[in-house]
Write a protein that binds this ligand. Structure first.
Ligand SMILES: *Cc1c(COP(=O)(O)O)cnc(C)c1O
Length: 808
C-alpha cells in the first residue's frame, strides 16, 4: 500500500469502506464493477453506475416472470400490480415516509415530477413561487406556471446564522411578476405558495438545512419577514434528485409536501424512471388538468363529462407506467439497504473531505494556488460533489474544456459547465446578469467551447463520488491535476523547449502526399510544388449522402484506404482491403464534368467536381456506407503579381488550384521530434509495466508532408522562415493536435487508443493547444509559375532555417 493511502486511512479509515457489509469496498469494485477497470468515473452527480450483480438479478427476474399490463385483471397483470405496490412501499421506506401521510407517484424522472407539481399547483395571482438560488433548471421552470397565473417568482439566498444554528432567508434576489389579464377570486387565506430547495446543490455540494421545511410551513411569517405573501399557505418542495443518493432525506423529521427523485441517480438503473413523493393533504389541493388512460374512471366521448380516479397514484400516473423499470428498482434498493445509507454517506464524505483538502493544498512552484473551490466556505455540510476551476501561476484561468479533454485522455471522466444549475454557477463563479447576457450575446450556449469569456470562466469542473468510488479514484484525479496543471521545477512546458537550431546539416528525409482527405497517403522521392502546397495534396474529399465531409474523427475506416498518384500516367490509384480491385482515376481536373457543385468545409466554400457512379460505388464499398468522391475545383480566381527587380510589374488572374487542407499548405515535423515522443511514450509504458515492450508511433498518423532529420528535437518550433533546396517557406506556427492522431491502421483494422495524444499532452501544451510539428506556407516564385515550370522538393534537399537575410 502506498504511503498516501496509509495516511488517508489514518485520518478517514473509520468512515471509508463498508466494514459491516458482506463485501469490502475493494471487493465490491472487483466483483460488481469489473467494467470500471481502466476508468476513473467521477460523474455520479450526472448519473451513478449500476452494479453488475444488480443487472444480473434484474435480468433473472425479468426472464423468469410473466409481467402483464398492470391495468389488466389477468394473472400477469396482477403480478405487475403487486410488484408496483411493493416498489411504492420501498420508495416511501427509503424516505421514512409513513404510508398514512405520503404517496409515491411514478414519473419518467425528477424533471417530469417537477413539471407535474408546477402544472397542478393551485397558483393564483397572490401566489409566490420562492426558490433558492441554487436550484436545477427543472425547478426554475416551475416559475413559468406561477408567473403565468399572475403570481410572483422570487429567488432567495439561504444564510446559515451561527447563533441559532438555523437557516434564515437573506434577501429576495429577484422578484418577477407578469401582468395578468384576469383577476381570480381566491381569498388571501386560500392562496397557496410554494417554496423549493434542493437537499444538496448539484453544483457545489452544499447541503441545505431541512429544518427550513418545518419553519416555512409552520412559521412562514417569521421566516419570510412579514411580506405580502406570508399569509398564503406555504408548501415545500425538496428536489432530492442529487442529494438522496448519498444522504437520507427523512420525511418523518422534515414534513415536505413534495419530493422528487430519479432512480438512475440512486443506483444507475433504470433510466427514464423517477418519482414524486407527496403528502396526501397536499395532493388533494393539486388540480390536474389532463386526463388519460390510467387516470380516468369514466368519460363520455362526445360531451364534457369525465370522472377521475380517486387514489392519488391513479390520478397522477397518466397512461401505463414503466412497469418493467419499476420491477427493477427493488434490486437497486436491496443493494443500498445492504450497505446502508448511513455507511454510504460516511464513505462518500470521507472521499470528498479528503479530496477538498488535497485540492486546496495543490500549489504551483511560485506558491500560487492551483484550485479555486466553490461552496466550501459557504457551508460545512457538504455532499460528495466538488466543483472548481484551475488557475495558472499568474492567476489566469485554465479553461474547463481543456481540463476535461486532458482528463479524458487520462481515463478520468468528469463533468464541466454549469450542470443545469445557473443560479449556483453565477453565485460561485461571480457572474453578474450583465456577464451572462454578454456571454449569451457572444454566442456562449451550454455544451460549447467558450469556457472563458472576458477573462472569467463560464462554468466549472465538477467531480462527484458514488457509493462505489474509491480512494484510488480520488488519488488518480489528484495525480492528474498535479501532473498536467501544476508547474514545478522539472516540469518543462513548451516555451522552455523552444530552442533555436542552427540548422546545420538538416535535410529532407521523406516527402508525403495525402491526395484524399483523411485517407492514407504515400511517400515519394521528389514532388512538385503548387501555389497551395504539394501538387494534388488533399485535392479530393469523400462526402456522405447527407452532405457531410468524411473525416477519420468520425469514420476511422478511412485510414485503410490507400492512395498513390502516378504523375507520368496522370492517374490517382486507390485501394482498400474491402475492395477486390484497385481503382484508377484520371487526375485531369477537366475530365468528366459530372455534377459540379459546392461544399462547405472548415467554414470555407469550395467548388467541386463529382465523379461517375462506378467511382462512387467503389468508395462506398471501401468505406462501408454510401459516399461520393469530390475534387476541389479551380474556380476561385486569385490575383498574382509578379515582382521584377524589386518592383511589381505584371498582375494577372490565375486559376488557383485549391485544396481541402484545414489550416495550412504543409506540415513539417523532424525525425528527432518523433524519436523524442516515441521515447517518452515507451518510458511511460514501461513504468506502468505494460507487457508490450515498445510502442512505435507511425509518423503517418500525424499526416506530415515533410519529415526532416539532422537537427534537434523540436528545433522546428523556433523557425520563422526556412529554405528547402531553392524554395522558400514561412512558418505559420505549431500544429494543434486532436484525437485523430490516436487512430491507427492495425493489420487492416482501424484502432483507437489514448496514445500518442496523452503523452503529447503531458509536455507539449500551450494555451490550451497540444502542439506537434509546424505548418508552412510556400512562398511561390511567381516568375517560375508564370513560365509554367513547377518547383520540386527532393528527398535529401538541404533545409536552412531562419535565413532572413537571404530572403530579401
Ligand atoms: C439530475 C437532477 C435533476 C433532473 O433529473 P432528471 O432525471 O434529468 O429528470 C434535477 N435536480 C437535480 C438536483 C439533479 O441532480
Amino acid at each position: 500500500m502506498d504511503r498516501g493511502k496509509d495516511d488517508f486511512l489514518k485520518e478517514f479509515g473509520g468512515d471509508y469502506g463498508y466494514p459491516n457489509s458482506p463485501k469490502s469496498i475493494d471487493e465490491i469494485r472487483s466483483t460488481e464493477f469489473k467494467r470500471l477497470e481502466g476508468h476513473v468515473y467521477l460523474d455520479h452527480a450526472g448519473a451513478t453506475l449500476y452494479s453488475e450483480l444488480q443487472m444480473e438479478a434484474i435480468f433473472k427476474e425479468l426472464s423468469t416472470t410473466v409481467y402483464g399490463n398492470p391495468h389488466s385483471q389477468s394473472d400477469a397483470g396482477m403480478v405487475t400490480s403487486d410488484i408496483i405496490k411493493e416498489a411504492r412501499q420501498q420508495v416511501l421506506d427509503y424516505f421514512s415516509a409513513s404510508p398514512r401521510e405520503y404517496r409515491c407517484v411514478f414519473t419518467s424522472g425528477a424533471t417530469s415530477a417537477l413539471k407535474l407539481v408546477g402544472e397542478a399547483f393551485p397558483w393564483s395571482s397572490r401566489s409566490c413561487f420562492m426558490y433558492t438560488m441554487e436550484n436545477h433548471n427543472s425547478v426554475l421552470g416551475i416559475r413559468e406556471y406561477a408567473l403565468g397565473k399572475g403570481g410572483q417568482a422570487c429567488a432567495v439566498d439561504i444564510e446559515e446564522s451561527g447563533t441559532y444554528g438555523k437557516s434564515s432567508i437573506k434577501v429576495c434576489k429577484r422578484s418577477s411578476q407578469r401582468r395578468y389579464e384576469y383577476q381570480d377570486n381566491t381569498n388571501a387565506g386560500d392562496t397557496c405558495s410554494l417554496f423549493a430547495l434542493p437537499s444538496e446543490c448539484n453544483f457545489s455540494g452544499v447541503r441545505f438545512n431541512l429544518d427550513l421545511v418545518k419553519m416555512i410551513k409552520e412559521d412562514s411569517e417569521k421566516v419570510l419577514g412579514g411580506s405580502d405573501f406570508c399569509r398564503s399557505k406555504w408548501m415545500v418542495l425538496i428536489d432530492a434528485a442529487k442529494g438522496c443518493a448519498t444522504e437520507k432525506v427523512d420525511l418523518s423529521r422534515y414534513p415536505a409536501d413534495f419530493v422528487v427523485i430519479s432512480f438512475y441517480k440512486l443506483f444507475g438503473y433504470p433510466t427514464g424512471l423517477g418519482a414524486l413523493i407527496l403528502r396526501n393533504d397536499s395532493a388533494s389541493l393539486l388540480r390536474k388538468k389532463y386526463f388519460s388512460g390510467g387516470t380516468v374512471a369514466a368519460a363520455i366521448a362526445d360531451i364534457d363529462f369525465v370522472k377521475r380516479r380517486e387514489h392519488v397514484e391513479e390520478l397522477f400516473e397518466d397512461g401505463t407506467t414503466s412497469f418493467l423499470s419499476i420491477a427493477s428498482i427493488s434490486h437497486g434498493f436491496k443493494l443500498l439497504n445492504t450497505l446502508t445509507l448511513s455507511a454510504i454517506s460516511r464513505h462518500t464524505a470521507s472521499l470528498a473531505t479528503f479530496l477538498r483538502k488535497m485540492l486546496l493544498e495543490l500549489k504551483h512552484e511560485n506558491g500560487a494556488n492551483l484550485c479555486a473551490l466553490y461552496g466550501h466556505r459557504v457551508s460545512k455540510d457538504l455532499g460528495p460533489t466538488i466543483s472548481f476551476n484551475l488557475r495558472r501561476p499568474d492567476g489566469s484561468w485554465f479553461g474547463y474544456r481543456e481540463v476535461e479533454k486532458l482528463a479524458s485522455l487520462s481515463g478520468i471522466q468528469l463533468r464541466t459547465g454549469c450542470f443545469c444549475n445557473p443560479g449556483a454557477c453565477a453565485k460561485y463563479i461571480g457572474l453578474s446578469h450583465q456577464d451572462i447576457w454578454s456571454n449569451v450575446e457572444a454566442g456562449h450556449v451550454c455544451w460549447d467551447d467558450n469556457d472563458i469569456l472576458n477573462g472569467k470562466p463560464t462554468g466549472a469542473v465538477r467531480v462527484s463520488f458514488g457509493y462505489m468510488s474509491t480512494y484510488e479514484d480520488a488519488k488518480k484525479l489528484l495525480d492528474f491535476l498535479k501532473g498536467s496543471f501544476a508547474t514545478s521545477g522539472n516540469h518543462c512546458s513548451l516555451p522552455c523547449t523552444k530552442r533555436l537550431s542552427s540548422g546545420q546539416g538538416i535535410r529532407v528525409k521523406s516527402i508525403h502526399i495525402y491526395p484524399i482527405k483523411s485517407c492514407a497517403g504515400f511517400s515519394a522521392p521528389s514532388w512538385p510544388l503548387s501555389s497551395t502546397g504539394f501538387l494534388h495534396d488533399r485535392a479530393w474529399v469523400l462526402k456522405s449522402l447527407t452532405g457531410e465531409i468524411l473525416t477519420q474523427k468520425t469514420v476511422p475506416i478511412l485510414c485503410l484506404i490507400g492512395t498513390y498518384i502516378d504523375l507520368s500516367r496522370g492517374v490517382l490509384v486507390v485501394q482498400s482491403p474491402l475492395c477486390k480491385d484497385k481503382l484508377e482515376i484520371d487526375i485531369n481536373p477537366y475530365s468528366g464534368n459530372l455534377g459540379e457543385e459546392q461544399v462547405d468545409l472548415y467554414s470555407r466554400r469550395y467548388d467541386v467536381q463529382g465523379y461517375s457512379e462506378d467511382v462512387n460505388a467503389w468508395f462506398s464499398t471501401a468505406v462501408g456506407r454510401p459516399c461520393s468522391l469530390l475534387r476541389c475545383y479551380t474556380i476561385n480566381r486569385n490575383i498574382i503579381c509578379t515582382k521584377q527587380r524589386g518592383k511589381f510589374s505584371t498582375c494577372r488572374d490565375v486559376k488557383s488550384q485549391l485544396n481541402f487542407s484545414n489550416e495550412a499548405q504543409f506540415l513539417l515535423i523532424s525525425q528527432e521530434s518523433f524519436s523524442d515522443l516515441d521515447n517518452r511514450i515507451n518510458a511511460v509504458h514501461s513504468e506502468k509495466g505494460a507487457q508490450q515492450l515498445s510502442i512505435t508511433i507511425n509518423p503517418d498518423r500525424f499526416r506530415p508532408n515533410l519529415i526532416i532529420s539532422g537537427g534537434e528535437a523540436y528545433g522546428e518550433d523556433g523557425w520563422s522562415t526556412l529554405r528547402i533546396g531553392k524554395n522558400l517557406f514561412t512558418s505559420m506556427g505549431g500544429c494543434n493536435r486532436c484525437q485523430m492522431i490516436n487512430i491507427s491502421n492495425e493489420g487492416g483494422r482501424a484502432h483507437k487508443s489514448k496514445e500518442p495524444l496523452a503523452t503529447l499532452a503531458s509536455y507539449r501544451r500551450q494555451k490550451g493547444k497540444i502542439l506537434f510539428g509546424i505548418l508552412l506556407r510556400y512562398e511561390m516564385d511567381a516568375e517560375k509559375e508564370q513560365i509554367g515550370e513547377p518547383s520540386w522538393v527532393e528527398v535529401g534537399d538541404e533545409v536552412h532555417p531562419n535565413l532572413e537575410s537571404a530572403v530579401n
